[in-house]
Design a protein around this ligand. Structure first.
Ligand code: PEP
Length: 251
């Protein structure tokens, strides 16, 4: 089966102001220079910068939200709907990031609703899963991931509408990464789990990203692992030079 087109996605988290936009202009210039060839590229800036980011990046680099509410509109002060993200040019939205699961107590059931809301507005849902260090030490990694996939992915997953991001919680922002063998084992497991539920064809087309301390120096190794179809990059996506170097590292 042919591998899906890799996706390199940047997650700026709660970082970035108008003064950060030149980084995006630099990414756009590098892409015009061939940096993103053969890849889909995505930047998820804070919602305040979505519209401006889309204006700078144009069609070559997609923009996406970092979260959405499960409802399309209504009395939810401070929240943003998938429809609103789409309205300002977003094509993707991250749901179930471990920081939202931890900081906002988001459950698998809620994340599933958010993925459905994303689809309803025509967005690709990037559904994040990942084990904590304690779960890993206890040998529970695959059980935890299996339960998260089961609970967070809605029925009707299609390759065009859904990306899965494996982000070990202990690797996010820590500089620590799993071994290549561990990444391979988890990504194989995710692919098998998708195939059991959605069939081989869908499972083969869904992109499974690795996320957690991806940087220019380790990107080639991580992106070269079987069943790794791209990366979700946090800290290293804030600097255009690092993000572009990660894009260029893909083997
Ligand atoms: C993330 O939060 O999605 C992430 C992968 O962060 P970092 O690359 O900084 O570990």
């Amino acid at each position: 089966m042919t591998r899906p087109k890799p996706l390199i996605a940047g997650n700026w988290k709660m970082n970035g102001t108008l003064s950060s936009l030149p980084e995006l202009a630099e990414i756009a210039a590098a892409v015009r220079d061939g940096a993103g060839e053969g890849l889909d590229l995505l930047i998820c800036p804070p919602a305040t910068l979505l519209s401006a980011s889309h204006g700078i990046l144009g069609d070559a680099v997609a923009v996406g939200g970092q979260d959405c509410h499960e409802d399309a509109s209504g009395a939810h002060t401070g929240d943003i709907s998938a429809a609103m993200l789409a309205d300002v040019g977003a094509r993707y939205v991250i749901v179930g990031h471990s920081e939202r699961r931890a900081d906002h107590g988001e459950s698998d059931t809620l994340i599933k609703s958010k993925a459905e809301a994303a689809w309803a507005s025509g967005l690709v849902a990037i559904v994040c899963v990942g084990e904590t260090d304690a779960q890993r030490q206890a040998g529970q990694t695959l059980d935890v991931l299996g339960a998260q996939l089961d609970g967070s992915l809605p029925e009707g997953v299609r390759a065009a509408s859904t990306v899965v991001a494996y982000e070990p919680v202990w690797a996010i922002g820590t500089g620590r990464t799993p071994t290549v063998d561990d990444v391979r084992e988890v990504h194989d497991f995710i692919r098998r789990t998708l195939a059991e539920r959605f069939g081989d064809e869908v499972a083969g087309g869904v992109r499974i990203l690795y996320g957690g301390s991806v940087k220019p120096s380790n990107a080639a190794e991580l992106l070269g692992v079987d069943n790794v179809d791209g990366a979700l990059v946090g800290g290293a996506s804030l600097k255009a030079a690092d993000f572009v170097a990660i894009c260029r590292a893909r083997v």
